[in-house]
Design a protein around this ligand. Structure first.
Ligand SMILES: Nc1ncnc2c1ncn2[C@@H]1O[C@H](COP(=O)(O)OP(=O)(O)O)[C@@H](O)[C@H]1O
Ligand SMILES: [Mg+2]
Length: 258
């Protein structure tokens, strides 16, 4: 924990690697944070596949270098989100036990729930509370399980290094969004008497739906309906390239049927 504190004392730049483009933002560490710098570099279509596989590594490295070349960021230390299908979260129900007990049993429990080989992933969990809805005889508790493929984390670290960046933090996109939402809107949600919020991040490669309960992300799921699917449909129906279809989609007046 002390290591993390030391790490976070340094200014971090938030880096978002999306299918449509990469974005970086630096925020001041004041009580009321301000945006100090922002930049976005678009990515050519299919640099990263809709599944999150990096198809054109060199193009991505060049784009990352370009993103930071404008000189507006004070640091090359980044907090970056893992993307694609190499990271997954699952809400599971297990017999009530302590955090230490679950820590010991985690790999055994996880085997049933995740589609990856458990030896090839980093696992973490958060106990969400007791499950009062279960019909099971023994008391159960809800747990949020997170699995990230080790191979992908290594890939991401190497990618950052080649782009001249230092990955100080690797997060999960849904959790990062949930934290940003809670930071910005917890006061507002309280005044509305609303304990649970659903966040929808409609991106180019997938739509991420997550649930934030009392400030914590308790559920997240990737849905395949996404911006690039709309672009693909326009491209097929109107016989345009993906780039042309993207322009047509964004520039179409609101309410125009393609
Ligand atoms: N004005 C707009 N109308 C419709 N779609 C838009 C508009 N602006 C951006 N988009 C779509 O939003 C998606 C980009 O969102 P973003 O969150 O940056 O995606 P990702 O993080 O997956 O790259 C693209 O599919 C883009 O076409
Ligand atoms: Mg996005």
């Amino acid at each position: 924990m002390r290591f993390l504190d030391t790490l976070l004392q340094k200014q971090l730049v938030g880096l978002d690697i999306g299918i449509s483009g990469i974005k970086a933002v630096e925020i001041s560490r004041e009580k009321t944070p301000r945006i100090l710098a922002y930049n976005r570099v678009p990515l050519p279509w299919d640099t990263i596949s809709v599944e999150g596989e990096v198809k054109q590594r060199d193009i991505l490295v060049q784009a990352l270098k370009k993103l930071f070349s404008v000189g507006c960021f004070s640091s090359k230390k980044v907090a970056v989100s893992a993307f694609g299908r190499s990271i997954m979260t699952k809400r599971i129900s297990v017999p009530v036990m302590t955090e230490d007990e679950l820590d010991h049993q985690l790999y055994w429990e996880a085997e049933q729930y995740i589609p990856f080989n458990v030896n090839e992933v980093n696992l973490d969990f958060a106990i969400l509370g007791t499950n009062s809805q279960t019909l099971a005889q023994e008391p159960k508790m809800d747990v949020l399980l997170v699995a990230a493929k080790k191979e992908f984390i290594k890939f991401l670290q190497a990618l950052m290094k080649d782009a001249g960046l230092v990955p100080a933090l690797i997060d999960n996109q849904a959790f990062a969004l949930g934290n940003a939402f809670s930071f910005n809107y917890s006061g507002w949600t309280k005044t509305q008497g609303c304990n649970t919020s659903v966040l929808i991040d409609f991106g180019a490669g997938s739509t991420k739906v997550s649930v934030v309960e009392a400030g914590n992300t308790t559920f997240s799921r990737d849905v395949q309906a996404c911006g690039s699917k709309c672009t693909e449909l326009i491209s097929q129906k109107l016989g345009m390239s993906m780039e042309e279809a993207e322009q047509a989609k964004i520039l179409a007046p609101f309410g125009t049927a393609a």
